[in-house]
Design a protein. Structure first.
Length: 441
């Protein structure tokens, strides 16, 4: 049996916002057998953006039942059912959080019609519910209302069932933990409760000390994969030390990568063998002198300027500079390897052309920019900030609450120290030409 669910919430953040409408369509795999829908008094104001999107306002929900009053109906209808939704992670997260407020654990196997559509209906222009339904000839009545969207998702699900010749849907909710050898001190419930979302996770010991930090686009899947298939060789001693798994949802994969490196640098987990933060204290910098020549120099790291390369010591920096001078045919006098004596036989323009490939390799193509990416919910976006070639940090914002202007974006960023790991991650991310928006200034 399948419970096809849609929720409308007071905002886009599953952590702080509340459900204000829910619809559940019960489907036996062949036909609809029951429907349930109701407005819910969220006991908190509805955001103006959501009012304009759904048409649901505070007056409409004032006399509606609270979630506590209809929670029993939801438990009954969805009992022993597969939880189905379009972008299931959002609806499932907000519903579980409502039950958690009541001290009730809500646990259902899930199917996401976004992911299933991408597999079974490839080549669609968009996989958002409205555009996807229009593309395959499904009429959606009352878009952005729970029952209208749940009925549309039901028709989409029936289309997916009829297209599933390779039994992808059945394989999607196989219990991968059945009979699995999970760590002896880690409860199955803890693993079951992990979100299928992008973020970072922490393996914790008996005293809640961090043993390992990882990242994933699907935290639950990655943790299961790791504890079932990778707890051998150098990770074997960690398995019996794991008592809990904590996590933090990031939405953005880039933010997850940045946060993972920050957390490893902060706590130095004993089992992050390959990614422990090196102790960088010096860097190779560049500047243009009074004659217009680009110079290389060595200096101690600081938070206000970004080096081309970070190193552990002054001697390490000088060793690298020697290699760069030889490789790019640079003048030792402009690289700190010889006294600045005599007149150069090359113009600044010609000399700087030799240095340019070096700068392009280690610098961003533009000095000041924001990367706007996916947030932790539908109505939120992430922002990563780089200024003067320095990584400044990341943050989150709701587009309807702030303009995409420089000042507003800077204010939502949580400051971070510039470092070569972040620089490299961001540079590689930009090369991938992801869908993230880049705002230069």
């Amino acid at each position: 049996m399948f419970a096809i669910v849609d929720t409308e919430t007071t905002g886009g953040n599953p952590v702080k916002d509340r459900i204000m409408e829910i619809a559940i369509v019960l489907h036996d795999g062949e036909k609809v057998v029951e429907e349930f829908s109701t407005l819910i008094n969220p006991q908190t104001p509805i955001s103006p953006f959501i009012i304009s999107l759904t048409g649901i306002n505070d007056e409409m929900v004032a006399s509606a039942p609270t979630f506590e009053e209809i929670a029993g109906n939801i438990m009954r209808i969805t009992d022993k059912c597969i939880f189905v939704a379009h972008n299931a992670r959002f609806d499932y997260s907000v519903l579980r959080r409502e039950f958690k407020r009541m001290g009730i654990r809500f646990q259902r196997k899930q199917l996401c019609t976004v992911h299933l559509s991408q597999k079974l209906l490839p080549g669609q222009q968009s996989y958002s519910l409205g555009k996807l339904c229009r593309g395959i000839g499904i009429q959606v009545e009352k878009r952005h209302r729970a029952l209208g969207d749940a009925r549309a998702t039901t028709m989409l699900f029936e289309k997916l069932l009829s297209s599933d010749r390779e039994h992808i849907i059945n394989s999607a909710f196989v219990d991968e933990l059945e009979g699995a050898d999970i760590p002896v001190n880690l409860s199955r419930e803890t693993v079951d409760d992990l979100p299928e979302e992008t973020g970072i996770y922490y393996f914790l010991d008996e005293k809640l000390r961090v043993l390992y930090v990882g990242k994933s686009r699907n935290i639950r899947k990655r943790v299961i994969d790791q504890i079932l298939n990778e707890m051998h060789h150098e990770y074997a001693p960690m398995k019996n030390l794991i008592y809990d798994v904590a996590y933090e949802i990031t939405g953005s994969e880039l933010v997850a990568q940045l946060m993972e490196f920050e957390e490893i640098a902060k706590s130095s987990p004993p089992f992050n063998f390959t990614r422990r933060k090196k102790e960088y204290r010096f860097g190779i910098y560049h500047y243009t002198d009074e004659n217009g020549y680009i110079n290389l120099s060595v200096g101690k790291l600081n938070e206000h300027s970004a080096p081309l390369i970070e190193t552990a010591s002054y001697n390490s920096s000088m060793k690298i500079i020697r290699k760069l001078v030889a490789r790019h045919q640079l003048d030792p006098r402009l690289s700190g390897l010889a006294k600045p004596e005599g007149v150069l036989s090359i113009t600044p323009q010609a000399y700087n052309q030799r240095v340019s490939p070096l700068l392009r390799k280690y610098q961003f193509d533009f000095p000041n920019f924001f990367i706007i990416g996916e947030g932790r919910s539908h109505h939120e976006q992430s922002v990563v900030w780089v200024e003067n070639q320095c990584y400044r940090g990341f943050g989150y914002f709701e587009p309807e609450n702030i303009e995409n202007d420089i000042r507003s974006l800077k204010e939502v960023v949580k400051p971070s120290k510039a470092n070569s790991d972040a620089h490299r991650l961001i540079k590689n991310w930009l090369k991938k030409k992801m869908k993230d928006e880049v705002i230069r200034y």
